[in-house]
Design a protein around this ligand. Sequence first.
Ligand code: GDP
Length: 422
Amino acid sequence: MFDFLKKKLSEGVKKIVSAVAGKKEEAQGKPLEEKLEEKKTIEAIAKKFEEKISEPKVEVSTERAHKEKIEEAIIETPAEVEEKIIEAEEKLIEPALPVSKAEEHIGKKYAPVIEDKKILTPEKILEPAEPKKLGLIEKLKKAITEKEIEEKDIAPLLEDLQTGLLESDVALEVAEKICGDLKNNLVGRSLARGKVSEIVKESLRSSVHEILNQKPINIFALAKEKKPLKIIFLGFNGTGKTTTIARLGYLFKEKKFEPVFAAADTWRAAAIEQIEHHGKKLSIPVVKQKYGADPAAVIFDAVKFAESKKLDVVLADTAGRSHTNSALMDEMKKIIRVNKPDLKILVLDSLTGNDAVEQARLFNEAVGVDGMIFTKVDVYDKGGALLSAAYTLKKPILFIGVGQGYKDLKEFDVDEVVKNLV
Ligand code: GDP
């Protein structure tokens, strides 16, 4: 889901992390490869140190093989190497044996192995009399972390990220918010290499979460409180309103509620037959009138029907097109005035991208929208339209359509989406 947006975010993270890390390398005055080698070596020594402390009786030959394994296992990216160094260092703080004993042991038994491998500065680490064996690791860590991140280091990368977001249908103001948050989280900070990636990701996660996490609505909880719960679905033709109403009917029935459909799209050819077809398949009653009838009256009838039959929910379809947008909006206003729905849910086709946001704005300004459902997410990999609409309307996304079957409507789980995206 939203693979394109995910890719753009991931590219942004990688570029920023490597730029910040690269700057630290530069400050160290050594080429990246050389520094990387050095760190790998130190890490291997640190590991060996730790192992020797806890298992002093390992044979030289075994140890040599083990060291080779460690070297193979070292992850190649600078950030991860740094993390490993810190990890190894932390473990070394609490050795299983007294440090002096372990050092003596290593100094005697493993110096040849290390010399043989031409490891950098082994003497310092292996010399038994030297009390502070971790100084080298500590120094290296300090050296790569003490450079502060400046705005100019990341400005072009934030621009790249913003372009990637715009390409993913993220509206300009939303892209600016995400990049602005990231800038505030990085500039002026001195971060350990291993932390840069986490801080960048955490900033993106937090921004996306804030954008999507609008006050949630649980329609099933509401249906328990209010009988009948009146939900009116709004949206242009072809966005997937009728299909969505059918899928919600299916979900309500799954949860043991009794819904009724109101066939209030009296404008589009075959709209009434379409919803009747779903009603028949799902054993859900449909209240209808003739084409051209007043949709407000159709919904009114459906509410009366639900009340008389003690049904739980009225799911009302509406028309998506009239001769003008203003005529459509007037029609919606009348429907709402007459029926006072509990919820007005806007159905948006995610494939329309930025246009979906414009539609959302239009409906919200005209009649007010409580929540949104995005359809066709199964064939939309950009993802940005959802962020833009939630941010623009400050309204929650309740469900997403992920196919054409009755079961293809999923509750929109903000935490899961954020976790998947970043
Ligand atoms: P309406 O005019 O708003 O009532 O739209 P419909 O419910 O008739 O849907 C228009 C088309 O979109 C139909 O072919 C649906 O099968 C299709 N559709 C609706 N929701 C989804 C979805 O989540 N995924 C996919 N792939 N197609 C969908």
